[in-house]
Design a protein around this ligand. Sequence first.
Ligand code: C2E
Ligand code: MG
Ligand code: MG
Ligand code: MG
Length: 285
Amino acid sequence: AAKDQGRNRFSYFTPNLQIAAQSRLRLSNDLRLAVNEQQLEVFFQPVVDLASGRILKAEALIRWPHAQLGYISPLEFIPIAESTGLIYHIGEQVFKVATYWVRRWRDLAHPDFQISINQSPLEFQNDQGRYADWLQHLRRHQLPGQAITIEITEGLLLDASTKVATRLLEFRDAGIQVAIDDFGTGYSSLSYLQKFDIDYLKIDQSFTRNLTPSLNDLALPEAIIMMAHKLGLSVIAEGVETTLQRDLLRQAGCDFAQGYLFSKPLPPEEFEALLLAQEASSHTG
Ligand code: C2E
Ligand code: MG
Ligand code: MG
Ligand code: MG
């Protein structure tokens, strides 16, 4: 009976695996077309300074509008982009779009406005001269490195090779800021935070989501914030959806926050409207 069951299970799963493989192949073909035809869009989510309530930064987040399937989540297509090498082209497009808008928003709204860009470990480790081009591109647009923050995940800091360390030094020399994304979900090592020049910790949404006034829930975010400040880093909380979460984080000394409470990621024109409306209201009262 066990053997029968095993066989049944096998024959039951095979067609599904084929479908999964086929749809993956289809998606990677579609993604290649979308990248070549520059159909991917870059959205921006406000990052709010908790002390003043002002939007001082934005995170660039890639969006793929698929003709038949609608918007496909980056969680779904970034892995495909990585396995096909398309990730480098995507990273390039996101960087170019981000620098265009950060130049504009520094001129229109805030001279120190910053945009952060996500880099998957693969992109960060296989440079192929892209980052040198980035620095040139920034110079051409009269942008200091400080206009850009690179978001990486903490696992990269455990990479024993000198490549990661060298890259981080290059960024530091160019003024480019570095943030550790989804902090607290991986293997977090305090010594690495001190060893490398990291500017921001982004507290993962899983901590924000569980935040209540209970001392127990606050203990971990409070400890992370205190530690970060001692090491000279600023803290950004991700996934803030309620005023209670915002207030607790502010009381805990958190510097910045982003989340649906403030705004979802927006197309650049909508983001700009929000930014300019805020600037206008801060000047009138
Ligand atoms: P991430 O960098 O941690 O980005 C935060 C994610 O949380 C975004 O999902 C954002 O839309 C979502 N989010 C923001 N506020 C809230 C909130 O209040 N509640 C909830 N539940 N979610 C919120 P998104 O845009 O789907 O991106 C998912 C991940 O895909 C990103 O996580 C990042 O790791 C990756 N990604 C996005 N754009 C790029 C890119 O241009 N390059 C690379 N390499 N990865 C990217
Ligand atoms: Mg991020
Ligand atoms: Mg730095
Ligand atoms: Mg994150």
